[in-house]
Design a protein around this ligand. Structure first.
Ligand code: NAD
Length: 291
């Protein structure tokens, strides 16, 4: 830990942010945090005003829902103006890559650095410090915050300039969401054919159809019927839309991705607003359920 980075600001203490901020505090960082909906958290100095997280902070982590929230915190609420020159903002949420590029340029005008470092691995990975971190930014900036990122993730990869991490994170989730959807269809068909879900998963997980959905989501959240992964369906849909926009912008026709977005959007219309993303399986199993 370099002297400059012993104090970390942290904005967004939700499903992911709270366990991540707690890990940083447990690792010895002084964490000053802010969340629009949280007034206290064990071991963390929660401040009533977001600009106070800038105090002495060599780096400020953002773990917010989307680019709108990131911009509202940095521009609207005045965090960017409160940061000392040289501070590194680390946007670890899943934001829009083109808006991240713009943000990096706007921050640079104030000599504030921007690293995008979205994560994969879910709430459990956040609590265990085993997240995969997909970083974008200048090599020197990523190197400076690497100790912070390695406290949070077991695998920290720099992918390229600012926005690169957010681009890959969205594309990863487009793949993940599409896997979960096809798994729901295929396993439902298998069940109707007379096969047991547990037996199918045991076979598929040793076969070429396996994925994070069959290895993690089905056994841990779908089969037990808990649907409590901690990653909201609306956030998954947000990531898929970011990805499909990116796919289109590159000239690749988003034929399967577009179809997947339509099916997830239909699920979002028919499931409760706080539904977990694993509840897409419920929608596939009961497409006529309007509740
Ligand atoms: P969440 O909704 O649980 O938490 C977001 C937090 O941000 C909330 O506590 C909310 O009060 C706070 N917030 C919103 N607007 C704010 C503002 N203007 N100022 C201050 N605080 C504000 O979301 P999450 O599940 O923790 O996800 C955070 C980000 O990480 C998202 O971009 C998501 O896509 C991504 N992500 C989530 C998971 C997961 O498994 N949950 C995994 C990987 C990535």
């Amino acid at each position: 830990m370099t002297a400059a980075l012993t104090t970390v600001g942290f904005v967004g203490l939700g499903n992911m942010g709270l366990p991540m901020a707690s890990r940083l505090a447990a690792a010895g960082y002084r964490v000053r945090a802010y969340d629009i909906a949280v007034t206290s958290a064990p071991g963390i100095d929660v401040r009533p005003d977001v600009t106070e997280v800038a105090e002495d902070a060599g780096a400020v982590v953002l773990m917010l829902p989307d680019s709108d929230a990131v911009e509202s915190v940095l521009y609207g609420a005045g965090l960017l103006a409160a940061l000392a020159p040289g501070t590194i903002v680390i946007d670890m949420g899943s934001s829009q890559p083109l808006r991240t590029r713009d943000l990096a340029a706007r921050a640079a005008e104030r000599n504030v650095r921007l690293v995008d470092a979205p994560v994969s691995g879910g709430v459990k990975g956040a609590a265990d410090g085993t997240l995969t971190v997909m970083a974008g930014g200048e090599p020197g900036d990523v190197a400076r915050v690497r100790p912070i990122l390695e406290t949070l993730g077991g695998r920290v990869l720099r992918l390229g300039p600012a926005g690169s991490g957010h681009a890959l994170k969205a594309l990863n989730n487009l793949m993940s969401a599409t896997h979960l959807l096809i798994t729901a269809e295929a396993l439902l068909a298998g069940e109707r054919f007379g096969l047991e879900p547990e037996t199918m998963l045991a076979a598929v997980n040793g076969s070429s159809g396996r994925s994070g959905s069959t290895e993690n989501k089905w056994p841990n959240f779908v089969l037990p019927g808990t649907f409590d992964s901690g990653f909201a369906l609306r956030l998954m849909l947000k990531d898929m839309r970011i990805a499909v926009e990116l796919v289109e912008a590159t000239g690749v026709p988003p034929r399967l991705g577009g179809a997947a977005v339509a099916l997830w959007a239909d699920a979002a219309d028919h499931l409760p607003p706080a539904a977990d993303h694993t509840e897409i399986v419920r929608r596939v199993r009961r497409p006529d359920d309007r509740s």
